[in-house]
Design a protein around this ligand. Sequence first.
Ligand code: FES
Length: 151
Amino acid sequence: MNLNRRKLLSWFGLGWLASLLPSSLVGCSEAAPPTASAPPSAPESVAAAPSGNFKAIGTVAQLNKDGSLLSSDKKIAVVRDPKDANKLLAVNPTCTHKGCTVKWEQSNKEFVCPCHDAKFAADGAVRQGPADKPLPRYAAKIEKDQVLVST
Ligand code: FES
């Protein structure tokens, strides 16, 4: 009887241990660190991204006909550089005095503010007050007869 009890307890103990083993293995596999074959979460490459976000403002034909281009939202004006007609100059035409939209005058090759007569050079530099800050500049280029500007 004593031997049977001991035998029973030993079998019961082994059975209890054996019943824990599979769940222990599952528990270990869930907590295991990612393997080397898992794809790394590397950041996307930015080297291939374009250097600027250029958008079309108008055509070269329009620019040549009118002498300037104004974006539909009136936040970008483009003219040819008076010193080098092959280069484009793009500015924000919002007057730095009180915010009126300046207009390009082809005859004097300058931007003139209709509100208080401030004048700016083609590159946005102040020529005459009351404005005392230049117009912000943007990068501009021509591609396939389109005038593109990056803001
Ligand atoms: Fe342009 Fe005053 S708003 S000069």
